[in-house]
Design a binder for this molecule. Structure first.
Ligand SMILES: Cc1cc2nc3c(=O)[nH]c(=O)nc-3n(C[C@H](O)[C@H](O)[C@H](O)COP(=O)(O)OP(=O)(O)OC[C@H]3O[C@@H](n4cnc5c(N)ncnc54)[C@H](O)[C@@H]3O)c2cc1C
Ligand SMILES: *[C@@H]1O[C@H](CO)[C@@H](O)[C@H](O)[C@H]1NC(C)=O
Ligand SMILES: *[C@@H]1O[C@H](CO)[C@@H](O)[C@H](O)[C@H]1NC(C)=O
Ligand SMILES: *[C@@H]1O[C@H](CO)[C@@H](O)[C@H](O)[C@H]1NC(C)=O
Length: 417
């Protein structure tokens, strides 16, 4: 009997999911290890949080009929590159001491990164992050509660304004899209369902940097900024957050302001596994594993570690920094799939193809930077069809179309679930 080589993938995000489905299962025994049994379609989370469609459509289950790999719901805690073994613990609170080992012939490390709170007091306890569907659901249900609380008899206007003030921290694409979706919701369906609250809602975006949308050209970033401002989003750049409580935020510039919900969409830091691995890493900013152009990791003194690859947000190529985007993770996954499917015969180095950047700014407007920069309705259309493009199965695409049709016909469902 021919022994198949065993490929183990760490993580079920954009990178891990694609690898799990793409590597040739007739050639390899594939195992995917991740605490999450689904894979988040991250570009859809902001829309899902604001009720454009059922948040479940913003992730895909790992186990499906055409998944020919083994899935283990666990965290990888360490890797022994000498014996080619992973040390893991189950992703269940009651079983977390039940450690076990998984041997590999080849390992792909793609566990992403986590949100950084910069150790600002109160953030971890009071803010909602935007990383997965559970987070999108948290935003959605908090919104519902805030609206109902503000509707209670005897609620003062000042209190209503505080409840309906949403603070978004982070002026990157994620924070901006969140703010855009919230304003659309507030001046669209909410006006109908909560007419008395309509002009008491507000959204503000805080960023420590002097400009929002840092990855975009200055001109587009300024366009986005004025588009958001005309949608009454309060943009606060150069804003330093000092402290957060359950309903207030204190900044160096403006002192204490009240809020109803705080969405934290900024800052990345490495996950514990990456901190722990004794490999060569980036020296500044987000700590990422460094790889060569074939995605192999290095020991600290620069020797290539055999059979170990890293990609996605958790890794970067030595000497050619790429952003932490799904686009990069997908292209690197496709590169590895080709390499592994051909049993290492395809030895071209990885080469990233730049794709255009898109961000929605609300009211059917947005910015696109690519071969040609553009703004306005076209950018909106391209962004919306993007949510179709990002969705990974036909089943979800059909459900997504249905959801849009229903939104158009009967309004969003957010307030009624
Ligand atoms: C709200 C939002 C919107 C975004 N929009 C866009 C966009 O429009 N376009 C774009 O290109 N990019 C976008 N991104 C970026 C994109 O999502 C990331 O770059 C991409 O997810 C990186 O893929 P990854 O596989 O490296 O990691 P992730 O997708 O983060 O997946 C990491 C996986 O590893 C698992 N894991 C963590 N620790 C362990 C461990 N110890 N052991 C095993 N498994 C572990 C996690 O549970 C998770 O399943 C967005 C991100 C966010 C948060
Ligand atoms: C790799 O193999 C899988 C499974 O046979 C196949 O579906 C996929 O198209 C192949 N991909 C490449 C890039 O060779
Ligand atoms: C995934 O895990 C969660 C708990 O983490 C559970 O509630 C859910 O039912 C699981 N989903 C699938 C598709 O197995
Ligand atoms: C953090 O990582 C996410 C991907 O996980 C990315 O979308 C975002 O732009 C990054 N933020 C910063 C500030 O680098």
């Amino acid at each position: 009997m021919s022994e198949k080589q065993k490929v183990v993938i760490i993580g079920s995000g954009w990178g891990g999911y694609r690898l799990g489905y793409g590597i040739d299962y007739r050639k390899y025994d594939i195992t995917l290890i991740s605490p999450e049994n689904t894979s988040a379609v991250t570009p859809l989370l902001a829309s899902a949080a604001c009720g454009l469609f059922d948040p479940r459509l913003a992730h895909e289950p790992i186990r499906r009929k055409d998944f020919h790999a083994e899935y283990i719901k666990a965290f990888v805690d360490d890797i022994d590159f000498e014996t080619q073994t992973l040390i893991c613990h189950p992703a269940f609170e009651e079983l977390k001491d039940q450690r076990f080992e998984v041997p590999y012939d080849k390992v792909v490390i793609t566990p992403g990164c986590r949100t950084n709170t910069f150790d600002i007091p109160g953030v971890a306890e009071n803010a909602i992050f935007v990383k997965n569907v559970a987070n999108a659901n948290a935003v959605r249900s908090r919104l519902n509660d805030l609206l109902e609380m503000a509707s209670l008899p005897g609620t003062s206007e000042a209190r209503q304004r505080q409840l309906l003030h949403i603070v978004v921290v982070g002026g990157g694409p994620t924070g901006i899209e969140m703010a855009a979706e919230l304003t659309d919701l507030f001046d669209g369906d909410l006006g109908v369902l909560f007419p008395r609250l309509k002009d008491k809602t507000s959204v503000s975006v805080h960023d420590v940097a002097p400009h929002i949308l840092a990855p975009f050209d200055r001109k587009l970033s300024e366009y986005a900024c004025s588009a958001l401002k005309s949608n009454k989003v309060d943009i606060k750049v150069n804003s330093h957050i000092l402290k957060v409580t359950a309903d207030t935020m204190e900044t160096k510039e403006d002192g204490v302001t009240g809020y109803g919900m705080l969405i934290w969409a900024t800052g990345n830091r490495s996950i514990p596994l990456i901190d722990k691995l004794n490999l060569r890493k980036t020296e500044q900013g987000l700590l990422r594993l460094l790889t060569d152009h074939h995605l192999n990791v290095f020991t600290p003194d620069g020797a290539v570690v055999p059979n170990a690859f890293a990609m996605g947000d958790a890794a970067d190529i030595d000497g050619g920094t790429l952003p932490t985007t799904a686009e990069v993770a997908i292209q690197k996954a496709d590169y590895l799939i080709k390499l592994l499917n051909s049993s290492g015969k395809s030895t071209q180095p990885f080469h990233y193809k730049q794709r255009s950047l898109v961000t929605y700014t609300g009211r059917r407007d947005g910015v696109i930077q690519g071969n040609r920069d553009y703004t306005g309705y076209g950018a909106w259309l391209s962004w919306r069809s993007g949510s179709f493009f990002w969705t990974r199965s036909w089943r979800r695409r059909i459900l997504m179309c249905y959801a849009w049709f229903m939104d158009w016909l009967d309004g969003r469902e957010i307030i009624r679930n």
